[in-house]
Write a protein that binds this ligand. Structure first.
Ligand code: NAI
Ligand code: MG
Length: 507
């Protein structure tokens, strides 16, 4: 059976939208109720996904446990790595199906979805190779002891992911966990669950044994909460809002399992007078408009030296006004937001901004019949934003850049630090000493100098400080995140064996 080309497995009439079932123990599992999946460019459903609850989550955890005990823990790293690399190739072979589905599901421009497919494949490729280099350490403590550490998989990992980068984040969290020898249950977001379900089918078709990867779509308080609280889960990884992350962590406190939390940010760009405008302007614009700003590491604050404030704001405003807005399938610069609710949330911040700050450009819904159906918002530049204002401190998750001028490096650092987040920061200066000084001052998981996001490289560890989260995803570090350390100590004094060495050597 090939999973890939046939999402539906329930008897439906040809007019019905495709139904995407759960994937449990290598099989498609339909549910009694289904969730309507809305196309954000049209504001209408175009597919349905299974609505899993406690029963399906139980089945999925049991399938993962069974696969772990009977198959995956006995599979050599080289073989797990080979399978991961086959998954990478299979994802690339289905690139167009995945990209089109991602765009319909999330609204993001098609070019960005194509990049997401490539990045997802890169995760499986990278961890497929890297896992063979995962090793413990030899420890010298006493002359009569030889000790070493083993990196062992946890067993069953639970993964709860958001709707902004469903395919990329699924691959980011699954690839290292699977390569390291865990079996996985993934709960995608109710707003965009389709590509993780396709990913599971593609991985099974590529040879991943049944039960090693299970996907249970559903609502957060149903399938999500059931997975987070499940006593059969040995590790939890969550990406999403702080509120949901806190409830996952509270659940993990009861079962005493480690959690990795990736909870977003309010990441600043710090622009000094000797910045290079030709490099900075397009990358600052991209950092807040990629997927309409619905990106955990979006560069959503601009801290700019007063001396270059006016010229930079003018250049950014011109760039914002030139952006093409439209349905993701036409590959514009900016697609719609994920949902009507998310648009309302963003518009609420824009109203606060209009009241208390200066709206330089944007500020609402784009005008015209082309924008009536979808969840569009204009790219918006808010100037003169005070530290402490909600558009300065809160994650908006829309194409909204908040500008605040500063006049000394110390003030720039103070402003950068004036939120409870600490995910990323961009530093724009040609002075190498200043760049290094700032990089060490900032309490963020990553600092980008004269670039932003480092083109997304899968090799680079990624995590948050402060309330942006706990633990590290991506890079070789993630293999440590999804394994536990076991210490073995061996007493090495000779001559205590009861076995005669002579006998032992015979034959
Ligand atoms: P959310 O955090 O509720 O959703 C993320 C995932 O968590 C989804 O799979 C959801 O079903 C699940 N979830 C929700 N409640 C849960 C619970 N009690 N137990 C277990 N799983 C649960 O995000 P939401 O409500 O869709 O978006 C609201 C805001 O959150 C956004 O505007 C944005 O600021 C932030 N957010 C941040 C993301 C990031 O990457 N940092 C991603 C998504 C949202
Ligand atoms: Mg929520």
């Amino acid at each position: 059976m090939s999973f890939v080309n046939v999402p539906a497995n329930v008897p439906v009439n040809p007019q019905a939208p495709p139904h995407y079932a759960a994937v449990i123990a290598g099989k498609r599992v339909p549910t009694a109720e289904w969730i309507d999946i809305v196309d954000p460019a049209l504001g209408r459903p175009f597919a349905r996904a299974a609505r899993c609850g406690t029963a399906e989550t139980d089945e999925a955890v049991a399938a993962a446990r069974d696969a772990y005990e009977h198959t995956w823990r006995h599979t050599a790293p080289a073989e797990r790595g080979r399978l991961c690399r086959r998954v990478a190739d299979a994802l690339r072979a289905e690139a167009e199906l995945l990209a089109q589905t991602e765009t319909r599901d999330t609204g993001k421009p098609l070019g960005q979805s194509r990049t997401d497919v490539d990045v997802a494949a890169r995760y499986f490729e990278f961890y497929g190779g890297a896992v063979e280099a995962l090793a413990g350490e030899t420890l010298i403590s006493r002359p009569d002891l030889l000790a070493f550490t083993l990196r062992e998989p946890y067993g069953v990992c639970g993964h709860i992911i958001p709707w902004n980068y469903p395919l990329q984040v699924a691959a980011r969290t699954l690839a290292p966990a699977l390569a390291a020898g865990n079996c996985c249950v993934l709960k995608p977001a109710e707003d965009a669950p389709l590509t993780p379900l396709l990913l599971a089918g593609i991985a099974l078709d590529a040879g991943l044994p049944p039960g090693v990867l299970n996907v249970v779509p559903g609502y957060g308080p149903e399938a999500g909460a059931a997975l987070a609280a499940h006593p059969g889960v040995d590790h939890l990884a969550f990406t999403g809002s702080r509120e949901a992350g806190a409830s996952v962590m509270a659940a993990a406190a009861r079962t005493i399992v480690p959690v990795t939390l990736e909870l977003g940010g309010k990441s600043p760009h710090i622009v000094l007078p000797d910045y290079d405008p030709k490099r900075a302007v397009p990358l600052i614009v991209e950092s807040i408009t990629e997927h309409a700003g619905q990106n955990c590491s979006a560069g959503s604050r601009l801290l700019v030296h007063a001396r270059v404030h006016d010229e930079l704001v003018a250049a950014l405003a011109a760039a914002f006004r030139a952006l093409r807005i439209g349905p993701g399938l036409t590959d514009p610069d900016l697609g719609p937001l994920i949902s009507a609710a998310q648009r309302e949330r963003v518009l609420g911040y824009l109203r606060l901004g209009a009241r208390d700050c200066v709206t330089v450009t944007g500020g609402g819904v784009p005008a015209g019949p082309a924008y009536e159906e979808g969840f569009y918002v204009q790219p918006t530049l808010l100037d003169r934003v005070d530290a402490g204002h909600p558009v300065f401190t809160e994650e908006i998750f829309g194409p909204v850049l908040a500008v605040t001028p500063f006049s000394s490096l110390e003030e720039a650092v103070r402003l950068a630090e004036a939120t409870s987040y600490g995910l990323a920061a961009g530093v724009w200066t040609r002075d190498v000493g200043t760049a290094h000084w700032l990089a060490r001052q900032l309490r963020t998981g990553q600092v980008f100098v004269n670039n932003y996001s480092a083109a997304g490289g899968v090799e680079l560890p990624f995590g948050g400080c402060k309330r942006s989260g706990i633990g590290v995803e991506k890079g070789f570090e993630a293999l440590r995140e999804y394994t536990r350390c076991k210490t073995v100590a061996i007493h090495t004094r000779p001559g205590e064996s009861t076995v005669s060495y002579e006998e032992g050597c015979e034959g």
